[in-house]
Every structure is written in C-alpha cells, then in structure tokens.
Design a protein around this ligand. Structure first.
Ligand SMILES: Nc1ncnc2c1ncn2[C@@H]1O[C@H](COP(=O)(O)OP(=O)(O)OP(=O)(O)O)[C@@H](O)[C@H]1O
Length: 719
C-alpha cells in the first residue's frame, strides 16, 4: 500500500547513497494472510511514475504506549511485495557487479558482494536461494555467468594441466577438486583426490553414474528453473579463458566452518551427524604467504565447476550442511551466516590470434545469507539455540554499527573515520578487504575495491520493533517525524466558542463584542503555546528514547569488549605459561647435559690417574716380587722372607753392607711402604671426592684391584 509522504522532501533526496560501500535495497515480502495484522510500513509515492520508490515510513502500532515517532527511511531503492526475482536481479546492480568480477578486456576483475539482512522469516533466504518454484539471486547469477563464459570456460575434468595451474595459482591454501571428484566422493563415498586433475575421458562423472547407493541426491531436474535469464546480456573479456571455482562456508558462533569439507549429505543417524558436526575444524581468516595484502579464508575445500549443473549440485550439498534449526519465528531458520563464493579465475587466451596462457587472476563474487535477527521471546528459543541467537544478534549489531558509520561517512556526517569491523568474524569478513587495515577507504591492495549490495528484507505486517531496529541501522538515511496526534490542544482549538464561555462574569453583565474577540485571540495564543510546548516535549521524549537506545547499545558493546579482553588475557596468559614451561624444560635439559658431560670428563680424568697409578704399582709389585723370589729361594729350595740371613745369595748383594745389602733393602721397603700409604690416602680421598659428585642415578662400580698386590695391600678403589 502506498501513501503520500507525510513530510516534505529533504536533504535525504539529495544524498548520494552510492558513495557508501554498500548500496542498500529494501525488499518487502508478501504476507500469506493479513488477518488480524496491522500494517506498520508504507512506501512513499515517487514524483515520476517510472521511478522506483526510495523511501518508506514506519509508524508505531496504534496502541503504542511509548508514543514513538513516525520514522522515515531512505534506501537506494525499495521493492514492493509484487517484485519478482528477475526484476530484483536486474535492478539491484548485480549484473554490473558480475561484469566487474569477469573483468574488462585485458584487465583484472574486481570482487563483488551481495548480502541479505532482515528479521527472521522476512525473506532473506527466499531472495538469495529461492524456493521450490523460483530460483534465487544465486542460481540466476550462476546461470548468467555460465551462459556467458561457457565458450571460454576451462573444463578441469578434461584438462589436467589447466587444473594443476589453477591449484598452483590458488592463494588461500585451499584444497582444489574437480566437480566430478567432489560429487562422487559425497554421493558415492569414493576417495577424494585433492588438487589433482581427473583423468581425461574418465567415465566417472557424477552425472553419468549409474544408479548406485546414492544418498539424498538432489537432481538438477528437480531444482527450480524459473525465472529464465536466457535473454540477459553482460559483457565479458573474449580474449580470456575463465574457470569457475565454488566454495562455501558458514559463520556459526563467531567461527568459520567449511560447508563442503565434512559434507555428510544427511547420511547417518542424528547422533552420527552431531558427532560429525562436533569434529568440524574452524578455519582462519588471514593473510597468507601468497596473499599478504588481502585476507582470505584459509584451507577451504574448493570445487572447480565447469558446468552450471555442477555448481548447482555443489551449492545444494553445501546448503544441506548448513546449520539449520527450527525456531518459533520461522520453521526453517538459518542459524548461521552462510557464505557462497563464486571465484572467477581468468587468464589471457590469445593475443592477436596467437595462443598464450598467462597467469591466472582471481575475483570473487560472494553471496551472503545472513542469519535473521530475532527477539528471544518472539522466537521461543532456549539453551544452545538461545546462545546462538545471542551471537547472531550481537554480530548483526556490530554489522549495524559498521553500516551506519559507513553510510554516515559517505554523506560526510560521521566524525569518526574508522569503521570498527574487527569486532566479530562477520564484519571482518564483510569489510576488511574493502576498508583495509585502518577501516578507512584504502585497502593496501592493488586490486580495485569490491562493490557491495545489501538487500534488507522486511515484512510490512510483521514485528514492528524488530523490523524498526534493522531499518534504523541499515537505511542510508533516516528522519524522525513527530506524529500528528489528535491532542487535547487541537480538540480545544477546534471546539466552537460558546457564548456562555465568554460571558461568564459573576456580575452577569454582558461583555462587549470587542472583548470577545480579544479573549478569543488570547485563547488562540495560549493554545498555540500549548501546542508548541507539547510538540517540544514529544521531540525531547524521542531524543531521550534515542539516547537511551544508544546508551544500551554502548553498554552491550562495552560488555562484549570486556568479555573479549578477558578472553584475550586468558589466552595470552596461557600462551606465556606454555612458553615459559617449554623454555624451563629446555634449560633443564641443557643443564643436565652439561653436568653429565662434566662428570664424564672427571671420570675420565680419574680413570687416567688410576691407570697411571696402577701401572706404577704394578711395576713396583713386579720388582718386589722378583726380589722376593730371588731372596726367598735358599739352599733347600724353601721360600722364606724372614731374616736377613735367609735373603737370596746374590753375588753382588751378598757383599755385606754393600748397596744391595739387607739393611738397604729394609730401608727401601719402608720407604716404599710410606709412599704406598700416601698414595692409598690420595686414592681414598679421590674416591670420596668423586662419590660426592656422583649422580645418584649412576650405578656404583667397584674397581677391582688389577693384581693380588693391591688386594694384599688392602687398597680398594672406587670409580
Ligand atoms: N518475496 C517473497 N515471495 C514469496 N514468498 C516469500 C517471499 N519472501 C519470503 N517468502 C516466504 O516466507 C518464508 C520465510 O522466508 P525465508 O526463509 O526466506 O526467511 P529468512 O529471512 O531467510 O528467515 P531466517 O532468517 O529465519 O532464515 C518462506 O516460506 C518463503 O518462501
């Protein structure tokens, strides 16, 4: 239903929404039944019949106790309930974005982004993904893309060299697969060969497979094919060859999960599916070695789709994986933000008829189906689903802040020159490659900044509060209008002045007619003052409401930031503790090794000393034994060491009192004994000293005396 504008045209009409990062379109969904529902949203008439409307107003419900204002919002364009999918496709700038992604002749393409935002059940998924009878923007875009690139499209299944060059050119550490490999692995459980081209001519394409143990296979023929886009024309680079690489991921509870990596296609019982879900590994959004100036979701599974059918089947597979749980608001509600990426790879094909194959360049068209915002009470969610809803609302709040700021910046209204997109994964994914490190306009990348379109969906008969909140932060412009309340003032003003009112003097004397006019004038002035005061009061109330809302938002952000700080602090502490422990362990190992080495050196040193000593003792022992032998052999052959008389008869020595005489030998023996005692003492000391240094873990060893002379002399050595 349209109505005339309740307020005069203003600066909103002169604003240039296209200067903002996002063009924001509003799409209204038809309601199945209007019974008992009050329409709160009206579309303003345009000045010219051929123009599409750009402004809407929302008015609070009749029984609104808070007496809220009528609000007016401006969008790039507004599409009413009767708008179909094709009309939408042609009027939201998707086709120019697609041309940008394909790139002008000889030039690299630019990235494009399409996202839907709205209250749960307002028609986001319908717009992006369509329904059983109608195709969504994603399918229509893919159809247009394949129709135009088909003649120059690389078929990875039949061109291993092209496939391997695509793998090498990928900057995101992704795992590339051909569509036939991927689909066979999903539906037939076959092995997936990552980043490896299929054998040319292989008869194992998914489409050509005989009936087998297929699981929940969506048939292309079962998918909607209406509306047609056969007559749509877009420009492409005829001298380039293209490849289309599809990937899908979702942001769930602020983490990124690959939707093609663990595709179960609904196989197994609920418990198995839950186990599969639990095992999913979160991916990082980061700069990589090959992509230092642009962040990418690293490690995604990517499928090279050479036909529209392949791309649609991959899309269906990813969608079955997407986390969906029924809520009170919408029977099939998206509980995560879904990202569908169409990566268009392009390289030079021919220069003046001479075939060349240049390096691949890459541009991505990303389609985002955002989870719906909802009020917990309305959605009747509980437990994990309620927590999920909290995360969804939080991320949408951050998105709203970023969108508001970028719209204000574009109109020169915002003081802040930084868009705070790092607050959650969603805003990081949507903004960081467009706004760069500072959150300003420069990305640091040589690539042209991406073009982005946001479609806000709304149900004019739906929830006024939730829809109002979405519109407030997504609209490119907003005005507040004081509602025309049939107030007491106007009632008094419009009431006829009764003579009794004017002539009511207690004296009963009639008042002259000129007095009547003066009183009437005075009364009118008073009424005007009351009206103006009332209107001022209403404006103040509105401002107060807005300030309160802002304060609440700020408080929420503050709490979230505090929690984040705590988390980061805990993470840092844990990291530092781990690092400290590992360093400590390393130092201990080094210290032990040094100590062992030193002890070994000491052992060796002592061993050498003992060896020298042992050798000395052995020599002495041998000499003594020889002497004893010589001396102990007397005339009857008995060996007797006693008495000088019994010493052996050595002609030299037997010369009494000569140098080898018995007295000399005894003195010598005493001397050797004394030396021996000193040495024993030294050895014992050395042994004790060594013992004190010995590691308890080392086994005590007893050095056996090398000859009977040692044992005989009572010397025992320890190493
Ligand atoms: N423009 C439209 N025309 C016809 N039917 C629509 C339209 N928009 C939405 N619907 C229908 O309304 C229902 C809810 O829409 P949809 O699932 O797209 O909502 P949603 O915003 O994606 O919800 P959620 O955020 O919970 O996923 C669906 O049955 C859909 O077919």
């Amino acid at each position: 239903m349209r109505r005339e504008s309740p307020v005069q045209p203003s600066i909103m009409e002169q604003s240039k929404p296209s200067a903002a990062l996002f063009d924001v379109y509003l799409r209204l969904r038809p309601s199945a039944s209007a019974a008992g529902k009050e329409r709160f949203l009206d579309v303003e008439e345009t000045r010219h019949a051929h123009q599409l409307p750009t402004h809407i107003t929302i008015k609070p419900p009749a029984d609104d106790k808070r007496k809220r204002a009528i609000e007016r919002f401006g969008f790039t364009r507004v599409f009413e309930e009767r708008c179909g999918q094709r009309e939408l496709l042609e009027n939201i700038g998707i086709l120019p974005i697609l041309e940008g992604v394909l790139g002008q002749p000889g030039r690299e393409g630019r990235d494009g982004l399409l996202a839907t935002l709205g209250v749960t059940g307002s028609g986001k998924s319908h717009t992006i993904l369509g329904s059983k009878s109608q195709r969504g923007i994603t399918q229509l875009t893919l159809d247009v893309l394949y129709q135009h690139t088909a003649p120059t499209l690389v078929d990875a299944d039949y061109s291993p060299s092209a496939f391997s060059s695509l793998c090498q050119a990928d900057v995101s550490e992704g795992h590339l697969l051909t569509a036939s490999n991927f689909l066979d692995s999903i539906y037939y459980g076959g092995d997936v060969s990552y980043s490896r081209a299929a054998t040319p001519g292989m008869e194992t394409s998914f489409m050509s497979m005989p009936a087998g143990p297929r699981r929940n296979i969506p048939r292309v023929s079962n998918l909607a094919n209406h509306p047609s886009v056969d007559d749509i024309e877009i420009a492409i680079d005829r001298d380039a060859e293209y490849a289309v690489v599809v990937s899908m991921y979702e942001v769930h509870n602020d983490r990124i999960y690959d939707l093609l990596a663990s595709s179960s296609s609904g196989a197994g019982n609920k418990q198995q599916q839950q186990q599969q879900q639990a095992k999913r590994r979160a991916l990082l959004f980061k700069s990589t070695e090959k992509s230092p100036d642009r962040k990418v979701v690293a490690g995604l599974k990517k499928v090279v789709c050479s036909t529209l059918e392949d791309a649609l089947l991959v899309l269906e597979t990813g969608l079955t994986e997407r986390r969906v749980a029924g809520t009170g608001s919408n029977a099939v509600s998206s509980r995560s933000h879904g990202f569908f990426n169409i990566e268009v790879k392009k390289r030079a094909r021919s220069t003046r008829g001479i075939p060349v194959s240049g390096p691949w360049t890459s541009s991505t068209f990303t389609i985002v189906d955002l989870a719906g915002s909802e009020r917990a009470r309305a959605a009747k969610t509980a437990g994990a689903t309620l927590a999920e809803a909290g995360k969804i609302n939080e991320s949408l709040m951050y998105l709203g802040q970023c969108m508001q700021l970028q719209a204000d910046q574009a109109q020169g209204l915002a003081n802040a020159n930084v868009v705070p997109f790092r607050q959650c994964k969603l805003t990081e994914l949507l903004f960081s490659n467009s706004l760069g490190a500072t959150g300003g306009k420069e990305t640091g990348s040589k690539k042209a900044p991406q073009k982005a379109v946001m479609i806000v969906t709304a149900d004019p008969l739906g929830d006024y509060n939730a829809t109002g909140q979405i519109l407030r932060y997504s609209a490119l412009a907003r005005e507040v209008t004081v509602p025309r309340v049939p107030s007491v003032t106007s009632q008094i003003g419009s009431a006829p002045l009764m003579p009794s009112n004017l002539h009511g003097h207690p004296t009963g004397r009639a008042t002259p007619s000129n007095n009547t006019a003066a009183v009437q004038e005075e009364l009118e002035q008073a009424l005007a003052t009351i009206a103006s005061l009332r209107s001022e009061l209403e404006v103040s109330q509105l401002l107060l409401q807005e300030e309160t809302q802002r304060r609440q938002d700020a408080e929420t952000s503050w709490k979230v930031a505090e929690t984040r700080i705590d988390e980061v602090e805990a993470e840092v502490r844990e990291e530092m503790w781990e690092e400290f422990e590992s360093r400590l362990a390393m130092e201990q190992r080094r210290w032990r090794a040094a100590r062992d080495a030193e002890m070994d050196a000491q052992d060796q040193h002592l061993d050498r000393k003992l060896e020298v000593l042992t050798q000395g003792m052995t020599i002495y022992e041998d000499e003594t034994a020889e002497k004893e032998n010589l001396e102990g052999v007397d005339g009857d052959g008995d060996s007797d060491a006693e008495g000088a008389d019994d010493l052996p008869t050595n002609p030299e020595r037997s010369k009494a009192n000569g140098p080898w005489g018995p007295n000399t030998d005894v003195a010598r023996l005493a001397e050797v004994e004394a030396e021996n005692a000193v040495l024993r003492e030294k050895v014992a000391n050395a042994g004790r000293a060594k013992e004190t240094q010995r590691s308890p873990s080392k086994k005590m060893r007893v050095l056996k005396t090398p000859s009977k002379g040692w044992r005989g002399s009572g010397v025992e050595l320890w190493e």
